[in-house]
Design a protein around this ligand. Structure first.
Ligand SMILES: [Zn+2]
Length: 91
């Protein structure tokens, strides 16, 4: 998972945003799993849905103002990216 266009402290920024949102998706309100939470009752693909990711609304990775960043669960992120259609996520 290398994002060359993101700042080197992106991980710190992302964690701060996730903590600020209480690990909840800002779109659907789903409470996601923290990295150290690995419930055995969830399969890997189920867990992936609960993977909170920080997304920059205006698609500018250099804009790290908190109001430009939002925590989204995987399904909301997929939906959001799908609408824009021009983001290559690399997987
Ligand atoms: Zn969501």
């Amino acid at each position: 998972m290398s994002r060359s266009c993101y700042p080197s402290n992106w991980k710190q920024i992302a964690t701060a945003v996730k903590n600020a949102s209480s690990w909840q998706c800002s779109r659907c309100g789903r409470v996601c799993l923290r990295p150290d939470e690995k419930p055995l009752e969830l399969t890997l693909s189920q867990r992936r849905v609960y993977n909170l990711q920080v997304h920059d609304w205006n698609m500018n990775p250099e804009d790290n103002r908190l109001e430009n960043l939002a925590s989204l669960c995987s399904s909301c992120l997929y939906y959001h990216r799908g609408r824009k259609g021009n983001v290559s996520s690399g997987h």
